[in-house]
Design a protein around this ligand. Structure first.
Ligand code: AMP
Ligand code: ZN
Length: 144
């Protein structure tokens, strides 16, 4: 914990940051980690988290919000280059009413397809880990 004084031992995303739970990593720097969502609403769905545990946007110091969204921009650029989707949604949920399920700030980077039927507050459906891993490799190659 000394290396990451801002992390919570019981939080799933803090545990991913500490390497205790595996992820399909896309990029890491001293302040943020980007990895694939394992219940993707669309292929290429990625998440960016700060290495700072706080439950949502309002609870997070502006400095860490800035770092998280700056990192999300980097991942969106790599997703754009890799998949050339018709669009990309950046999404961040606050509270159960907004369908937030993990209470550590995270930014969704979601590539869109025409008529993909995606609506807000989707149900979690486990993805194909092989396909997620392969896509992670392709996007990772485009992270600058
Ligand atoms: P939210 O509903 O906005 O709180 O989003 C939480 C997201 O975290 C969901 O899209 C989940 O699929 C994703 N998620 C939960 N656990 C993991 C995990 N171990 N690895 C990758 N993504 C995860
Ligand atoms: Zn956390």
């Amino acid at each position: 914990m000394a290396k990451h004084p801002h992390l919570d031992p019981d939080c799933i995303f803090c545990r991913i940051v500490r390497g205790e739970i595996p992820c399909f990593k896309l990029h890491e720097d001293s302040d943020t980690l980007a990895f694939m969502d394992i219940n993707p609403v669309q292929p290429g769905h990625a998440l960016v988290v700060p290495k700072f545990h706080s439950k949502d946007l309002i609870a997070t110091p502006a400095e860490w919000v800035g770092k998280s969204f700056t990192a999300a921009r980097r991942i969106a650029e790599a997703v754009e280059k890799t998949l050339k989707p018709v669009g990309i949604n950046i999404l961040q949920a606050n509270g159960p009413g907004a369908a937030q399920s993990v209470f550590h700030l995270h930014v969704h980077v979601i590539p869109r397809a025409m008529d993909d039927g995606l609506t807000m507050n989707w149900q979690l459906k486990p993805g194909d880990m092989d396909a997620i891993g392969k896509l992670a490799e392709r996007i990772r190659a485009n992270v600058k």
